[in-house]
Design a protein around this ligand. Structure first.
Ligand SMILES: [Zn+2]
Length: 562
């Protein structure tokens, strides 16, 4: 007996000893305000990571025991907010134009001069210089930019710099001359040539239809196939860089993309966002069999490059009055939108692909288009049997109120883009009337009925920046921060919910909630540290929030240096 007690105490001592000699981490984050999105352990201070995965989540004191001097990298969050990496559930990703001058979030107009000067230095005379995404309301002086800003650095090249909304552009004097625009030129119908109020000379800002007057000359740039290939490659790297600077660690491409390009990015260490690549929906079983082969190569249990869902369009958009509605548009009573397929055809494709086990995602904007795809998914359950299919409704913009409970019932995922709400709300009421707006971007109603939301951006239709999506989800106000409670404020979400659907919600939509979307032991270490406390800051600070660290699969892929 005595021996047994001794043995037990030795075992106890050994366990205690191994606890104090905890497993050592490759990377730890300490002193954070960690919003885990794990409902069992909502907030923490510190995270330990080994390889690609999180091995512990706890207090700074606890996790500090896992630091091995000299080998463990330590990130001191200094009280900053730490959240799971953003997962964009619907976007159109691809190589960027490496010569495009990116002016988003520019506050100092002299930066524009400098960037144009640098691009001109790399170009031949006559070669078109393009860029944009500036918003003059963000400039220090809030004034419209004018051609004087760029003329001195671009005497021999046409320059076009679009405003972020695409409704106006800044051109240089070279372009005004090529286009024959002078102080005598009349404003075209639906457009404006902005003029200096004193001299009457064009300022270089052309609005809407005035942009149709633009002529840039005929300088043709010829590139060899190798140059073209290299340019595309640089464009991919640029796109990845943008995503990781914005904290987007996962992307779900709506539709196809070049698997080989992402393979190369992965091999060369540039794949900093995990990617799902889809394919067009079809009812052709030969093509579906080819998809099956592709899916074997990029399986669902992979973590980096995976075969995604099959995509089709049910209708168009509200902006262009082509979304398929039950009743005519309020501002065009002869029109109720367009169906991209007859219903029977759409249903047939869905039934065939569902039977083969594919996940399907259909673009649906109008109330009738959404009703159709719910009907087709319901039919698929009836004919092929119920399974964990997680078919998706891409956009889910306008719903009949009676369709809202069907998402949870059928297990269909509303894959939604909060920024569309604040961009489209400007014209939504005019197009469909106030009654139908009640079922529009109805996030809260969908949640109340038990639906599993997934959030994304529809980039490049909207910016990739997740902060804009979070702002849209909690405010339902335009980007300038209008007065009041926001558009249909009863549909607003809390910040924590908005982050959840942008991380765990999107992971669920791709069958990855068992390993992604939460800061939790055993999960992939996809983590973002931001410079402001999103949970407490006022609304007007949300879009100003910047990412300080992006970690994908345990690797720091971006750090701001702050
Ligand atoms: Zn899209």
């Amino acid at each position: 007996m005595k021996n047994l007690i001794t043995l037990l105490s030795i075992i106890t001592m050994m366990t205690a000893c191994s606890n104090s000699k905890k497993e050592k981490a490759d990377l730890v984050i300490i002193n954070g305000r960690v919003l885990t999105i794990d409902k069992e352990n909502p907030m923490a201070e510190a995270i330990a990571i080994k390889g690609e995965k999180i091995i512990a989540v706890g207090t700074t004191r606890n996790i500090s025991g896992m630091i091995a001097k000299g080998t463990t990298e330590v990130v001191d969050a200094s009280g900053r907010l730490v959240i799971p990496g953003f997962n964009d559930a619907h976007l159109h990703f691809g190589p960027l134009d490496p010569d495009y001058i990116e002016l988003r979030y520019t506050t100092d107009p002299s930066v524009i001069t400098e960037k144009v000067r640098m691009q001109v230095a790399k170009s031949k005379p006559g070669q078109l210089i393009m860029g944009g995404h500036w918003v003059h309301e963000l400039f220090i002086d809030k004034n419209w930019p004018s051609r004087e800003l760029i003329d001195n650095v671009s005497p021999d090249n046409p320059v076009l710099l679009d405003r972020a909304d695409g409704h106006s552009t800044l051109v240089n004097t070279y372009v005004l001359k090529m286009s024959g625009i002078t102080r005598e030129t009349k404003d075209p119908f639906g457009g404006e040539i902005q003029r200096n109020p004193v001299t009457g000379e064009p300022t270089g800002i052309l609005k809407d239809a005035a942009m149709d007057l633009i002529k840039t000359g005929n300088a043709i740039i010829t590139r060899s196939p190798d140059e073209e290939k290299e340019r595309t490659w640089q464009g991919y790297k640029l796109a990845m860089k943008e995503a990781c600077e914005l904290g987007v660690t996962s992307i779900q491409n709506a539709g196809g993309a070049d698997f080989n390009a992402y393979e190369r990015l992965r091999q060369e260490g540039f794949l900093t966002s995990r990617i799902d690549i889809g394919a067009p929906l079809t009812g052709n079983s030969g093509v579906l069999n080819q998809y099956k082969e592709q899916e074997k190569k990029y399986p669902k249990d992979g973590n980096w490059i995976r075969f995604g869902y099959l995509k089709a369009f049910a209708d168009g958009s509200i902006g262009s009055s082509t979304a398929l509605m039950f009743d005519p548009y309020s501002d065009d009573t002869s029109n109720s939108g367009l169906a991209m397929w007859p219903y029977e055809e759409l249903e047939k494709m869905i039934l065939t692909a569902d039977k083969m086990g594919f996940q399907i995602g259909i673009h649906a904007i109008g109330d009738k288009a959404n009703n159709w795809i719910l009907n087709a998914y319901e039919k698929a359950i009836g004919v092929n049997g119920k399974r964990d299919s997680r078919h998706r409704d891409e956009h889910t913009q306008t719903l009949q109120l009676s369709d809202i409970p069907r998402f949870a019932k059928l297990g269909v995922i509303p894959s939604m883009q909060p920024t569309h709400c604040i961009s489209d709300k400007l014209f939504y009421e005019k197009r469909v009337g106030i009654e139908r707006c009640k079922g529009t971007y109805a996030w809260r109603s969908l949640l109340n009925e038990g639906a599993q939301l997934a959030f994304g951006t529809d980039y490049q239709v909207e910016p990739l920046n997740p902060m804009e999506g979070l702002y849209a989800a909690v405010s339902r106000k335009d980007r300038l921060g209008e007065e009041g409670e926001g558009w249909f404020p009863e549909q607003k979400l809390t910040m924590e919910e908005a982050i959840k659907y942008y991380t765990l919600g999107s992971a669920y939509a791709q069958f990855m909630e068992d390993r992604k979307g939460m800061i939790k032991t055993g999960y992939l270490a996809d983590i973002v540290i931001v410079d402001k406390d999103l949970l407490t800051i006022p609304e007007d600070q949300i879009m100003k929030t910047k990412v300080d660290y992006t970690i994908t699969g345990g690797r720091i892929v971006y750090s701001s240096g702050r």
